[in-house]
Design a protein around this ligand. Structure first.
Ligand SMILES: C[S@@+](CC[C@H](N)C(=O)[O-])C[C@H]1O[C@@H](n2cnc3c(N)ncnc32)[C@H](O)[C@@H]1O
Length: 242
């Protein structure tokens, strides 16, 4: 049986006292996604948010974003998706969807989306995920994908190789270590994955610690101020038409 690790963490994931680094990353991610959508200046008919947890798109709609006509939120974990209940008037549908197996998604939705948003998508940033997204996105569609930056992961996570690039460690409320998948690739490898599955980068944005109020900055991210490394990378991608 597959154990959904985010399901285990769900009860406390959004507690900013227990997990300030997650709260910091989310606030950077939401800022980046909002400004990218404003910059694009276009209207989207059908948006899918992957790994939504507490949906950033529903939250942005609740504060005035009007350019999305229909929003479907999805997550592999029902417990994480439950954080979006309070925002239910700001999305039209929700589904339990394993992003690594999106072929299981109803056929009617193939190529149906003109915007796919993945906020903090490192848990499923693998070849099978990108292969599946190519089938769900329509030919003129856009994917907005954010991830903790490789520079941060390499410099500021703890020393074991796996924690740097394939897993993220959380110490839960009871002091137990919970490791969850986290695939953060070096830029050249990430570009290869995009290219192999038909995506090209139209915008890349790096977000730094100065975008977070200083008093809220987690210890794990504080050091980034001195080293001046980016914390979060945002990619805006489209399908290569050639
Ligand atoms: C780092 S959290 C980010 C949550 C949310 N997008 C946000 O920005 O607050 C990652 C989310 O991805 C979900 N997730 C992990 N693996 C997944 C998979 N294979 N398919 C779909 N969702 C997945 C987790 O359940 C969790 O909600």
């Amino acid at each position: 049986m597959t154990i959904n690790k985010y399901g285990i963490l769900a009860a406390e994931y959004y507690d900013p006292i227990l997990h300030p680094t997650c709260a910091n990353f989310r606030s950077l991610s939401i800022k980046g996604i909002e400004s990218t959508i404003c910059c694009l200046g276009q209207e989207f008919q059908n948006c899918l948010e992957v790994g939504a947890g507490k949906s950033v798109m529903a939250e942005l709609r609740s504060t005035g974003l009007t350019s999305i006509n229909h929003l479907t939120i999805s997550d592999e974990s029902a417990e994480m998706l439950a954080y979006s209940h309070s925002l239910s008037e700001y999305y039209e549908s929700k589904i339990i969807l394993d992003a690594l197996n999106s072929d299981g998604h109803s056929n009617g939705d193939i190529k149906n989306y003109d915007l796919i948003v993945c906020s903090l998508g490192d848990p499923y940033n693998t070849a099978s995920f990108w292969k599946g997204m190519g089938k769900l996105l329509n030919n003129n569609g856009i994917v907005i994908f954010t991830t903790p930056s490789y520079e941060w992961a390499e410099s500021f996570r703890t020393d074991t190789q796996s924690e740097r690039t394939k897993e993220a460690d959380f110490v839960d409320e009871n002091g137990e270590l919970v490791s969850v998948p986290s695939y953060i690739h070096r830029a050249d490898k990430q570009f290869d994955i995009f290219r192999n599955y038909g995506f090209e980068i139209s915008i890349r944005t790096d977000l730094y610690s100065h975008c977070i109020e200083k008093e809220n900055l987690s210890k794990k991210l504080e050091k980034a101020i001195f080293k001046n490394v980016s914390l979060l990378t945002l990619y805006c991608l489209k399908l290569n038409q050639s």
